[in-house]
Design a protein around this ligand. Structure first.
Ligand code: ADP
Ligand code: MN
Ligand code: MN
Ligand code: MN
Length: 337
């Protein structure tokens, strides 16, 4: 008889930004398959998801992968349900309307790597600043790249778990990095981002670090903020074959700016200033290769005969990929059916 350790992961009820929670379930002779993961429950009164007198919330497994760091371990992403089986109000995943996995998403997760003792990004000296931005983006060398070993260890763990990380890079600010996840299916993309975030959070525990997801942690200085660009396509966009069709999809976003910004992460107004490769939160724009636009039409899409994908550059690093995907799917479907 073997005993497996299943780490059930969920999102709590904290506002304005939900946090990750998890607990471990021991299973005998576990198959490793999602359908063999039972529903479980937790004390919702400890996570701002229920009252003490009626505290049970349900964890419904929706995604499973190996846990490379734990012997006989698995990571099980779950949705939170109310005791009656309906989706909990904190459950963004349940709001995604993409049952046929028509949508593909590539999320670019940017973050600052922080020192737990100084509360400063790696590379930042106490009481001051490192050299100005310029050499850090995709940089190499002890004065340009801070925390690469951590970034690479996280990448190795994610790949071993089977997450579809497509790449990583050093970002524009010192101590700032990025990793990208691509998945066919909006729910799957969100699942993989959240499990990747979980693995990163857990890794920080080992090194006295933490992840700063605030989209503008250094305030209104000349230091970049962090985003989570959402690259997306559906069959319609992948086979559009015309500038008019692609631009019609972009135009559909214009009248629902507020609805999108609503789920693109807290404090995003501090980041979307119109500077540092962002568009102003008050404007809506799109353009080919334009990194100062709300939505960038990648050159790939143009050179492939106006078929491909689009990049919404507005989602912040602290956004919930489930809610971002749900909103993008809704807006795109209004045009493409
Ligand atoms: P950049 O930093 O130039 O914006 P990245 O390479 O970091 O670009 O991210 C681009 C993302 O776009 C990748 O995650 C990639 O998987 C994703 N992507 C590529 N093609 C598609 C597509 N057809 N649909 C959705 N996402 C896509
Ligand atoms: Mn990128
Ligand atoms: Mn980036
Ligand atoms: Mn991008």
């Amino acid at each position: 008889m073997s005993k497996s350790k299943l780490e059930y992961i969920w999102l709590d009820g904290y506002t304005p930004t939900q946090s990750l929670r998890s607990k471990t379930k021991i299973m005998k002779d576990f198959s490793g398959k999602l359908e063999d993961c039972p529903d479980w429950s937790f004390d919702g009164s400890s996570t701002l998801q229920a009252e003490g007198g009626s505290s049970d919330c349900i964890l419904k497994p929706v995604f499973i992968c190996k846990d490379p760091e734990i012997k006989n371990g698995y990571l099980v992403m779950t949705e939170v349900l109310n005791a009656d089986g309906t989706p909990h109000s904190t459950n963004g995943r349940a709001t995604i309307d993409d049952e046929d996995d028509d949508f593909w998403f590539g999320f670019e997760q940017e973050y600052f790597l922080m020192d737990l003792e100084t509360n400063l990004p790696l590379g930042f000296p106490a009481g001051g600043y490192p050299a100005p931005q310029g050499p850090y983006y995709c940089g190499v060398g002890g004065q340009n790249a801070y925390g690469r070993a951590f970034k690479d260890e996280h990448l190795d763990i994610c790949l071993e778990a089977g997450l579809n990380v497509e790449g990583t890079n050093g970002e524009v600010a010192a101590g700032q990095w990025e990793w990208q996840i691509f998945a066919k299916g909006s729910k799957r993309a969100g699942d993989e981002i959240w499990v990747g975030r979980y693995l990163m959070e857990r890794l920080t525990e080992k090194y006295g670090l933490y992840i700063e997801y605030h989209p503008k942690p250094l305030g209104q200085t000349d230091w970049n903020g962090s985003g989570m660009h959402a690259n997306f396509s559906n069959e319609y966009i992948r086979t559009a074959g015309s500038q008019e069709k692609i631009e019609a999809v972009c135009e559909a976003f214009r009248s629902v700016v507020d609805e999108h910004i609503e789920v693109y992460g807290a404090y995003n107004d501090q980041r979307l200033t119109g500077l540092h490769e962002t568009a102003s939160i008050n404007d809506f724009s799109y353009g080919v290769s334009d990194r100062g636009a709300s939505i960038r039409i990648p050159i790939y899409t143009v050179t492939h005969g106006w078929s491909g994908y689009l990049e919404d550059r507005r989602p912040a690093s602290n956004a919930d990929p489930y809610k971002v995907a749900a909103r993008i799917v809704k807006t795109v479907k209004a045009v493409t059916g």
